[in-house]
Design a protein around this ligand. Structure first.
Ligand SMILES: [Zn+2]
Length: 138
């Protein structure tokens, strides 16, 4: 990953505007309502949540310190690397043939990765039994 959007530059209370289920999220963890904060702006206005210089100020904004930001970036990078490792093993095990199966997790070495390969587009879904290990759709 190079430049651009970084999670470590986000307000700690911000977790995106859409939840895992694809539903719009109305407020951040601090209870700030996005629509009220962005009142009078375009629906996708500048957000103080992502340190946008043109954004309205948010009284609850709380950005990570440089140390915390570095830790967040390192954690994201590590999780990306884990996903790459697991994806490579799943491709080897499945040969990208549609279906599902399990492999010992190459990332954490403890869990079991459950995977499935879509018969529709060949996309791979994988999730380790270890919480906080890998879970992705490729
Ligand atoms: Zn694992």
């Amino acid at each position: 990953m190079t430049g651009g959007f970084k999670h470590s530059q986000c307000c700690k209370h911000y977790h995106g505007r859409f939840g895992p289920n694809g539903k719009a999220v109305r407020t951040c963890d601090a209870g700030v309502n996005f629509d009220e904060m962005l009142a009078g702006r375009k629906p996708i206005g500048n957000m103080p949540c992502i340190r946008d210089p043109g954004a309205p100020s948010c009284p609850k904004a709380d950005y990570p310190t440089p140390e915390e930001a570095a830790a967040i970036d390192a954690a994201i990078e590590a999780s990306v690397q884990r996903s790459f490792k697991v994806a490579a093993e799943v491709v080897k095990a499945s040969k990208r043939k549609p279906g599902s199966g399990t492999i010992p997790c190459p990332a954490c070495g403890k869990g079991t990765v459950h995977y499935s390969v879509s018969s529709y587009n060949g996309h791979i879904w994988a999730k380790c039994t270890t919480p906080e290990c890998v879970s992705f759709v490729e």
